[in-house]
Design a protein around this ligand. Structure first.
Ligand code: GLC
Length: 720
């Protein structure tokens, strides 16, 4: 038994049942009039953690500034006045930033620069820990294929490898190398599991996920988070095929702990325990509490079920005290790993955020995806006369995106402010109007554009319709903005659209009016600066789509890692044999992995060291390597994310037409070429069977290497 386990046992042995249950109780920040009651509960040892949030949707509603003094006072009461002196752990939704706000996670994923993401989360952890936040409820790892779901913005999109890469980057960034350090927070892999598969994209709704799909699509990111050392997991609201995750021993213990090897503690999502009652699985709060705890759900967020019910459940004999003890051990162990017993208080210090903002801007630049650039309209000359039009010309708050709990809109520069800094000194001119598309603005447009060289439309989707409980049935931008776009195009001017959107939107009826499109997501504190850098060529776009951009909302779900049907129809991979629909062709408007640059790249022929390797050799570590030259054939130094997909044409189970299995973001100076090598081995060439066992089958595997999932650059290997 190691030192931590010893100390845990010593503390546990002295704790009353009441106190043990207190460690499993996480109320939220009280309203001012309830502060004294909360302090009394802390004094009696009835609270283990505080959710630093007010209300069920912290991501959409203002949370107010953090008072470090308040949380230090709560901590002092816990440490000095409660029976066992166990420190509290403070948790908050530091999802994609703190005072410095990074792009929304879906935007960050588009950067495919996970080293940069990790560095940025180190900055965020320093800022948040300096505000008493020991524990953040991030990374959100819900694989999502349905942009109607507002929370698609919080995850890494539709691919398991991108999700796993994000998991590793965020957990390592947030937790650092030393969990006890003053700039390290505890990470929380959420929402375990399958939340992103909500039917119809309707938040909180049921998900129908087979074990085969669960192991191959929804679990890999959580497995990566566990391997990266995540010490907490948050259980999800949803049901999977008749079982609520909250009370499912299969998901919370057998798979999470037995299969994935998770050794930290599980916190419920907000009110999940109590929600077993409306889910029709529990008749009362006592039953709900016992079922959740026995399933493996250690800490109860907000609803107070554990605090009110578990003592009676134990005393009645319905609940074994050993189950309570095990949950308490897990919580105490994590608190000790975080060093809370040695350093319970926040010693706030000044933080110079200059470098944090610089890194946030660099990440924002790499997150933006150039979807279209007819006639190389972009980048613009700095002396260009620009009609800058649209509701996002002077926008601040939406640039930060949903789940911005501590970022300040008033500190966020607007696109107009940033562009004027460049145009002004260079003889350029910005004629700006934050027109939102009202009828007189539409009528006025041609006049506004007289004498301008180009129209830049700053349009998009409000942060308000993204995030939790924000499902929409129409994934688009407001009609008025589309009218602005049309009018600008009809004026005969070249039109650049900067789309500040959270979710992917259906681009049919929008993209056709644009000569160039920068998909800027909600890219955080430095969104406007990053977009300005890209518009004027001080940076070159390098983002790639982590999620499919559909033509129409009615084509959803539409995702790239789909299996083939028995009668090839014309859907994602344009199989030409017939149409899925009589009235439209559901090929993606822009496919997974797609993104342009201001330069062009030429992929050389792929050279494979070996095109056949025995299965045993693969198991022993042998790998297939693919080397090719990547030439920058354009005028700009640039980065390209080269991607390697596999397709197993014949297997025991149906396999996707493409699966991303390796990628690398490569810098290539203009006019030069670099050799790139990507490789795959045993861990990449197989798949999970419905029982969770991993299998690699002998036979041919098709390899596709290129700039997105539709690449036709093909090689073939064989597993002997
Ligand atoms: C919310 C969200 C979850 C968040 C938690 C605490 O309902 O589902 O992502 O971390 O509650 O705010």
């Amino acid at each position: 038994m190691n030192n931590i386990d010893k100390r845990v046992e010593e503390i546990l042995a002295k704790m009353s049942l009441h106190e043990k249950i207190g460690q499993l109780n996480q109320p939220q920040t009280p309203l001012p009039e309830q502060t004294e009651k909360l302090k009394e509960m802390v004094r009696r040892g009835e609270i283990g953690s505080i959710l630093m949030a007010v209300g069920a949707t912290a991501g959409n509603d203002p949370q107010g500034d953090i008072s470090v003094d308040f949380y230090n006072e709560l901590q002092r009461i816990a440490v000095e006045e409660s029976p066992s002196g166990i420190p509290l752990i403070f948790g908050r939704d530091v999802i994609h930033g703190h005072r410095t706000v990074l792009p929304i996670p879906l935007g960050m994923a588009a950067s495919f620069n996970f080293d940069m993401i990790e560095k940025c989360y180190r900055d965020i952890a320093e800022e948040a820990m300096n505000d008493s936040i020991h524990w953040t409820f991030t990374p959100m790892l819900d694989l999502a294929r349905d942009p109607r779901w507002g929370r698609i913005i919080e995850g890494a999109g539709e691919d398991p490898l991108v999700g796993a890469s994000m998991a590793k980057a965020v957990v390592r960034g947030v937790q650092g190398d030393d969990l006890t350090a003053r700039d390290s927070m505890l990470a929380c892999a959420k929402h375990y599991v399958g939340y992103g598969a909500a039917e119809g994209g309707r938040d909180y709704h049921r998900a129908e996920i087979s074990d085969y799909t669960l192991y191959n699509y929804y679990l890999p990111a959580f497995h990566a988070a566990v391997k990266a050392g995540a010490k907490t997991v948050m259980s999800s609201f949803n049901e999977i095929s008749g079982e609520a995750v909250t009370s499912s021993r299969k998901y919370l213990t057998d798979i999470l702990r037995g299969y994935l090897g998770f050794d930290g503690f599980v916190v419920s999502d907000y009110g999940c325990v109590e929600q077993l009652i409306p889910q029709g699985l529990a008749d009362n709060r006592g039953d709900a509490s016992r079922m959740a705890l026995e399933a493996g759900l250690d800490m109860d967020m907000w609803d107070g079920c554990y605090h009110e019910s578990l003592e009676k459940e134990v005393e009645s004999g319905r609940l074994d005290i050993a189950v309570v003890d095990e949950a308490v051990r897990r919580v105490l162990r994590v608190k000790m790993m975080k060093g809370l017993f040695e350093h319970p208080y926040c010693d706030q210090h000044e933080i110079d955020r200059t470098e944090h903002l610089a890194r946030a801007r660099a990440l924002a630049r790499e997150s933006v995806v150039l979807l279209k650039n007819e006639g190389n309209l972009l980048p613009l000359r700095k002396d260009t006369k620009i009609a800058l039009i649209g509701p996002y010309v002077n926008e601040r708050r939406s640039l930060l995106g949903s789940w911005t709990v501590d970022g300040k809109a008033e500190e966020t520069p607007t696109l107009r402010e940033e562009m004027a800094k460049v145009a002004g000194p260079n003889g350029g001119q910005i004629l700006a109007s934050s027109a939102s598309g009202l009828s007189y603005e539409i009528a006025w447009m041609p006049y506004a554009l007289i004498g301008c060289d180009v129209a830049v439309l700053a349009i998009g989707e409000s942060w308000v319709v993204t995030g939790e409980n924000k499902a929409v049935s129409n994934i688009s931008i407001p009609e008025e903005q589309i009218a602005l776009l049309k009018r600008a195009k009809m004026s005969g001017k070249k039109v650049v659209a900067v789309l500040f959107c959270g979710r992917p939107i259906a681009l049919e009826g929008i993209a056709e009016y644009c000569d160039a499109i920068l998909y800027a997501w909600h890219t955080g504190s430095e969104a406007a600066g990053a977009v300005t850098d890209l518009l004027y060529g001080d940076a070159v776009p390098s983002g790639k789509l982590p999620v499919t951009m559909p033509r129409l909302a009615t084509h959803i779900p539409l995702y790239y890692n789909v299996t083939s049907s028995g009668r090839p129809v014309n859907c994602y991979y344009n199989q030409n044999a017939g149409n899925c629909y009589f009235d439209s062709i559901p090929t993606p408007y822009y496919p997974f992995g797609y993104g342009l640059s201001y330069t062009t790249f030429a992929y050389g022929d792929v050279r494979t060291e070996k095109d056949a390797i025995a299965l045993d050799a693969l198991k022993a570590g042998a790998r297939f390597s693919f080397t090719f030259s990547l030439r920058n054939t354009g005028e700009y130094d640039a980065k390209e994310t080269v991607q390697l997909y596999i397709h197993d044409p014949v297997a025991k189970m149906m396999r996707p037409l493409r699966e991303l299995k390796a990628f690398e973001k490569v810098f290539v100076p203009k006019g030069e070429a670099v050799d790139v090598t990507l490789s795959v081995g045993y861990d990449e060439l197989g798949y999970f069977l419905p029982d969770g066992s991993y299998t690699v089958e002998r036979g041919k595997i098709e390899i596709y290497i290129g700039e997105n999932c539709l690449t036709s650059q093909k090689a073939e290997i064989c597993i002997l």
